[in-house]
Design a protein around this ligand. Sequence first.
Ligand code: AMP
Length: 419
Amino acid sequence: MIKAIKGTKDLLPADNPRWRFLEETVRRIFENFNYREIRTPIFEETALFARSIGEETDIVSKEMYTFTDKGGTSITLKPEMTAGVVRAYVEHSLGSQHPVTKLYYISPMFRQERPQAGRFRQFHQFGAEAIGSSSPVLDGEIIQTAYDILKALGLQDLTVKINSLGVPADRENYKQLLRNYLNDKKDKLTEDSRKRFDKNILRIFDSKAESDQELIKNAPMLIDHINDESKNDFEVVKEYLSKVNIPFEVDPKLVRGLDYYTKTTFEIISGKVGSQSALCGGGRYDLLIEQLGGKPTPGVGFAAGMERILLACENENSFTVDEPAIDVYIIRIDKELGLEVSAIASQLRRKNFTVDYDYLQRSVKAQMREANKLNAKYTLFIGGDEYKNGMINLKNMETGEQTNLPINDLSRVIDNLKA
Ligand code: AMP
């Protein structure tokens, strides 16, 4: 038997009410902040991701689903959304319509990582990109949208961590400082971190190994070596968060893996999802748009992992959704009335009621059981003597009340359903 691919997951009917509640919350809150939805293709030219995310990152070096299509083009399934959104922003000159373009998305993503709790190969993210302003107010706003969505889902155990990476020149100078600091400790680093030392030294801070953490504990921190503009902007972000009542921690070790970040970075952590605890992460990327062929344009954004958020919601029991229910289940008393039942169902469905009935010629008892299983608010009985007299019987399943109504005037049934 063929099974779903490792690291992918079917979202079954029983799962989807929670997913839909999440998606509706995401849309409502982004739209309150006047972010508009963007949908980009599932796949892009590989070069887009290589150029924006950076060759040295785990995503590009190890995790992308890349293949050559029949035309010989190297294609990659999107591992994240910012690159595609920025490509679309430049390609369609979105900036010429609104000087600040605020976009949001909900989309599947693909990364060939080792599957584990909270880590999948196809997973889903929602997120936002605000392009066209370097104002740190927008950094604050972006963090707020993420936080407000998580709060609206009822999550309590959240920590907002923020940091500033300064501008690239700050980072280059700092990398040298860090290299000098770690140079004589290099042999004690784990193998992974030794590789990072050469390729992407900042990422040593992401190491989970305690021995690495011990070695970098007293290292110089980037936040102490950023320029004045970055410092001022960071102060504004902090003030913004305080004004909108968002508690936060400054975490100087929060450097994030992607090359295109500048100034503000942030993550929101849940205390309820185990080791993969980051629900979302993002920050400012003032150089990316130029890097992808646009005019120099600042931007800021974030991405949030939806599987992980739903896991946190489950573990905190943070929201409940209504059991699915239908309006009417039609019960056929006489077997030969099958098409009559279909005709009534179709009239009610066209009036926007959720209606179902039996397709298996089952007994009245079996149909009643099915009506209960489907949580029907009403059952409509068709057949027997009543039917011969031109009547049908509508039963309110909650109160047990039954009403006889003429079959040739369904508006009476509809009035009852609406009441
Ligand atoms: P990133 O784009 O790596 O900054 O990830 C943003 C968020 O997406 C993370 O905080 C996670 O919640 C989620 N995420 C990233 N990778 C995965 C994955 N492989 N499976 C599930 N969620 C993920």
